[in-house]
Design a protein around this ligand. Structure first.
Ligand code: ADP
Length: 361
């Protein structure tokens, strides 16, 4: 071992000795590649973040979606060609079973002596945690804005609806006295429709205030059966079969808005099978006292790209028909119970929505 203190080391020698060390110890991933996009070197942080292959474009495609991020090759060659730095934020990268969010910077590798671009550098930063916090903040803000909007709209609609309801009742009484059964029937349909609108407004107001009404302890199977009964007309029209797989006996839970959640999940399952199919509803309780409620349908499932978005308010693929509020409201309700709701596509087709509900909360 040389005695460093006794030797004179020039500035240049220090730079040469430390350069590889710096690269190895950097907390950001660095991949160096040549003009043919072949990887020349990569530091350990880079190997921890991406699946290193022989060339840098293949390395990127291995864990990201070509469809979303376009042609990596094109971006890399452009950086080498133009010498311009390119940065991409929030790139989802899958390695093994883990998906992380990366910030990727592409920079040209220029020879300082002659200014010729020899290749490029890929700088990788893991921003998963930052992205999660940002997403959470954006969701919270959007929920708050939506809550305000919902309560304003609901408030504005309440008064005219109240007036229409009064006029309908008045007309019903007068027409009834003249013994005209058909117009009375039509008015009854109209007032049913209005009652439904009032229900939606109440739900929106309820949601915006995040406050629950009925909090009685009710057996889970009773809440579920009530929801199934409520949805029966839609289930029948779509030609959907329902299979119940309840563990017996099922415990009680604070009914709150669980009914609304179950109706929504069943409604979505039915709408996912316009040509008919089957919904299997299972309810069981885990050893750690969490009720697990699954809705499995035989529809087309959802696109994996949308797996997070489907829980966002106003996200819908039912153009003209959906509001995109159902799952957002379900998630809000279940989270208020201290639980969670997940969505996955079943390997044999269809989707599975699972509610995890802590029973001792
Ligand atoms: P909406 O039903 O009004 O569209 P939701 O928030 O309930 O709003 O659902 C959002 C989106 O999630 C739907 O538009 C659909 O794309 C997707 N989705 C929900 N449930 C299912 C399901 N069971 N199968 C397939 N996709 C579903």
């Amino acid at each position: 071992m040389p005695n460093v203190s006794k030797q004179h080391i020039s500035d240049k020698e220090v730079k040469v000795a430390f350069a590889p060390l710096v690269l190895q110890s950097l907390p950001i991933g660095v991949i160096v590649f040549d003009r043919e996009l072949k990887i020349v070197s990569a530091n350990p942080t880079a190997s921890g973040l991406v699946d290193i292959k022989t060339s840098v474009d293949v390395t990127l495609v291995a864990g990201t979606s070509e469809k979303i991020w376009g042609d990596w090759r094109k971006i890399l060659l452009e950086v080498i060609e133009t010498g311009k730095i390119c940065r991409l934020d929030n790139v989802s990268y899958r390695m093994a079973d883990k998906v992380s969010v990366l910030q990727i910077t592409f920079a040209p590798l220029t020879d300082s002596l002659n200014g010729i671009i020899q290749g490029g550098l890929l700088l990788l930063e893991d921003i998963t945690e930052k992205a999660n916090v940002q997403k959470q903040m954006a969701t919270t803000e959007r929920f708050a804005a939506m809550g305000k909007l919902a309560s304003k709209v609901a408030h504005e609609l309440n008064n005219p609806i109240d007036g229409i309801m009064r006029y309908i009742n008045l007309a019903k009484r007068i027409i009834g006295e003249q013994n005209l059964p058909k117009p009375v029937e039509y008015l009854e349909h109209a007032s049913d429709g209005l009652k439904r609108m009032v229900q939606i407004i109440t739900e929106l107001l309820e949601f915006s205030r995040s406050r629950y009404s009925a909090l009685e302890d009710t057996p889970l199977d009773k809440i579920m059966d009530d929801a199934i009964r409520f949805m029966e007309p839609a289930v029948k029209t779509a030609g959907v079969e329902i299979e119940r797989q309840y563990q017996s006996p099922l415990p009680k839970a604070k009914s709150g808005n669980l009914f609304q959640v179950f109706c929504n999940l069943l409604k979505n399952a039915v709408e996912a099978m316009p040509g008919g199919g089957k919904v299997t509803i299972s309810c069981s309780v885990s050893e750690d006292n969490i009720a697990i409620i699954k809705f499995k349908d035989t529809g087309e499932g959802f696109s994996l790209e949308n797996s997070d978005a489907i829980f966002e308010p106003f996200f819908t693929t039912k153009t003209g028909k959906g509001t995109g509020l159902g799952l957002a409201i379900c998630r809000d309700i279940i989270e208020k119970y201290g639980g969670k709701i997940t969505a996955q596509n079943a390997p044999e087709g269809g989707s599975i929505f699972t509610v995890y509900l802590p029973l001792n909360a």
